[in-house]
Design a binder for this molecule. Structure first.
Ligand SMILES: [Zn+2]
Length: 458
């Protein structure tokens, strides 16, 4: 037979088609050919990898990662961010348009970013563009060049070269994108009279009170209104305030093409246990109380929240002002791309969720959001051979020497997480192996949205 160049991945536990069962995944030219659950013979394959009892699952698609290159490479870069992703079982990341210099808000800037990322990626990378006041004319050219959608802010973004949009800018952008299948992502917080900055800046409570839930609620009301008006796909990034969920549910029920994500830090950390002065826990919107966290988990379980992402947003440690412990002045953002799979797995069973929920929330729905679900997010014939091979029962401790992203700080340092990644495979290439470390050459590539991809979705 012509099967000589096929590789077989065999395990007693393969997560495929909503079941975990013994299976053999046939891989050829970087794609899955067949998944055989019985009657497979290792003699038919030129290469066989039998991983015994380790679980083979679709690789995680993290749709919210700030790589910051070019321009802020002391914060992060493609090599380090994608190595961390590979070590964490993530096979595709989608890069955010801001914190790099330039921001990805023009076709030229997008090309600059692609040049910077070239030959540096250890996993596959897709790209979000950005919407800022006055760049509506750049949106379709960026879309045609391969961005998978656009992010905007409804409040100051933290960097001056990515200004937030007002309602009029938003209406122009949404009109421009009507009739395309682009998704618009919203950082959904708005300024309000309530967010004064009183109190001791070293106390977490001072920061939390400066970003109350109403800032998210008000912003999300606007997003829902725009989504229903223009019927352009809208997506709320990093939902923190569970109190905004009723508006989201109501808009979805009215037919709004709306999705929403939350992040590992909102599901794993809570305000009551943030140590005062420890600004590694600062992000916007903020990590809120345990009561709110329970409601976010409830929203995930009910399907009201569609996906979970990292919002990996690193910076150099000095910008965290750890010596001063000033929550108000420190840079906001949590670096965590490497630990998402384990963070979610550590907690999800306490909330009655399982591996299948995890695949839905971290592989399938994130791939769908990024318009790459015709080749990513599942183990299926014709799909990219992107797998994470891991043991859900093995714990590990988050330690500095284990971290692959550039600045090795984390609010999770010293914590024990459940679920250890042993191997990560991207399009049939092992990009990370627990015993051998990372592949020495970057084998990831770009996943650009193209007309052809559109057609192959059908
Ligand atoms: Zn972000």
């Amino acid at each position: 037979m012509m099967a000589t160049e096929k590789t077989a991945y065999i395990s007693k536990r393969v997560l495929v088609d909503g079941e975990v069962r013994p299976a053999c995944i046939e891989v050829q030219n970087g794609q899955v050919c067949r998944v055989l659950t019985k009657g497979f013979d290792v003699k038919n394959y030129s290469k066989v990898q039998d991983v015994g009892n380790l679980l083979i699952m679709p690789g995680v698609v993290d749709a919210h990662v700030h790589v910051n290159e070019p321009g802020r490479t002391s914060w992060e870069g493609y090599t380090t961010a994608t190595r961390a992703a590979a070590a964490g079982g993530i096979t595709t990341i989608v890069d955010m348009p801001l914190n790099s210099i330039p921001s990805t808000t023009t076709l030229h800037a997008f090309r600059t970013k692609l040049d910077a990322a070239q030959n540096q990626c250890f996993v596959d990378v897709a790209f979000w563009g950005g919407i800022v006041p006055g760049n509506a004319g750049e949106l379709k050219p960026m879309l045609n060049a391969g961005v998978v959608g656009f992010k905007c802010f409804l409040i100051h973004s933290g960097v001056d070269d990515f200004p937030h949009v007002e309602r009029a800018d938003l209406e122009t952008a949404l009109q421009t994108l009507q009739g395309t299948d682009a998704t618009v992502l919203f950082h959904a917080e708005v300024d309000c009279a309530c967010n004064g900055t009183k109190g001791n800046p070293e106390e977490y409570r001072t920061f939390l009170e400066s970003r109350p839930a109403i800032m998210e609620e008000k912003a999300i009301e606007l997003v829902c209104e725009m989504c229903l008006k223009y019927k352009v796909k809208c997506h709320i990034v990093h939902l923190s305030a569970a109190s905004a969920l009723p508006s989201i549910v109501a808009a979805k029920e009215k037919g709004a093409p709306l999705t929403v994500e939350t992040c590992h830090h909102y599901l794993s950390l809570n305000a009551e246990t943030v140590p005062n002065g420890n600004t590694l826990y600062k992000c916007c919107p903020p990590i809120r109380e345990k009561r709110n966290q329970d409601l976010l988990w409830d929203g995930l379980k009910k399907g009201h929240i569609d996906m979970v992402v990292s919002d990996h947003s690193p910076c150099t440690p000095d910008l965290k002002l750890l010596d001063r412990g000033d929550f108000m002045a420190a840079w906001g953002g949590v670096a965590s791309v490497q630990f998402g799979l384990s963070l979610f797995w550590t907690n999800c069973r306490n909330y009655g969720m399982d591996l299948f929920d995890m695949v839905r929330l971290m592989c399938e729905n994130t791939a769908k959001l990024a318009s790459i679900s015709h080749r990513k997010g599942a183990i299926r014939p014709g799909y990219d051979a992107d797998f994470v091979i891991w043991d859900p029962d093995v714990p590990f401790e988050v330690t500095e020497d284990r971290i692959y992203y550039k600045n090795k700080v984390s609010p999770y340092m010293g914590r024990t997480l459940q679920g250890r990644v042993y191997q990560t495979v991207v399009r049939g290439n092992t990009v990370y192996a627990d015993d051998a470390g990372l592949n020495s050459s970057p084998q990831g590539g770009f996943v650009l949205k193209s007309q052809q991809d559109e057609k192959s979705k059908l």
